[in-house]
Design a protein around this ligand. Sequence first.
Ligand code: ZN
Length: 121
Amino acid sequence: MAVRIYEDARAMRRAIRRETGYENPKGGAFTITDGEGVAHVFFAASMLLLDFVAHEASHVAMDAVARKFGKRSLFDRQEEVATISGEFVRLFWNKYLGLDDDFHVLGTARLFEQNFTKELV
Ligand SMILES: [Zn+2]
């Protein structure tokens, strides 16, 4: 795996375009797995958030499992799985640290509201 961290989103997006040919105008990070099975992960230091790392790590894991079974991708909903992983990590830390958080997708926040209990053992 090759992880690159650029100073800001503009530099990251320029590198993504130059190195992969893809445009990623709204994304805060990007992952692509090459023909050799090497995952290339792009981050911007100014937007380096835990949920982005979890999101991209999910893409790396799904690409690796797909490659292991000789497929290009596991299924056509990988973006949704990565989004839920990122949401999970962000909501977990915000809840754990007691931070306000009103942004959520795909019902992940509801799951946390109903089931999150913090017990330190
Ligand atoms: Zn994604």
